[in-house]
Design a protein. Structure first.
Length: 95
């Protein structure tokens, strides 16, 4: 498992607008189908729609996951290169 920081959408109770929070997520590298850049979140960051404290240079990636019973994706803090490095490092340590 690799530990990453996920951006999760939360609904405000007074508006229909979406807001985002950060939370820790553990990813099983064996269930990763693909990792792709999420430039829309860079725009949301510059518009002030993401949690305070994220660096303006930050990049975001979507990790697509699949197992026999669950399919989905998560948006995480970090570039595709950083996520790839973490996934490969974990596989090398395991092997």
């Amino acid at each position: 498992m690799i530990k990453l920081t996920e951006l999760v959408s939360i609904r405000k109770y007074t508006h229909n607008d979406k807001d985002y929070a950060l939370r820790e997520v553990l990813i099983n590298p064996g269930h990763v189908v693909c990792v792709r850049s999420e430039p829309d979140f860079k725009t949301k960051l510059s518009e002030g729609l993401l949690p305070v404290g994220l660096d303006e240079r930050q990049e975001f990636s979507r990790i697509v996951l699949s197992s026999s019973s669950v399919h989905g994706s998560v948006v995480v803090v970090g570039s595709t290169a950083l996520i790839e490095e973490k996934l490969l490092k974990k596989q090398l340590l395991k092997g």
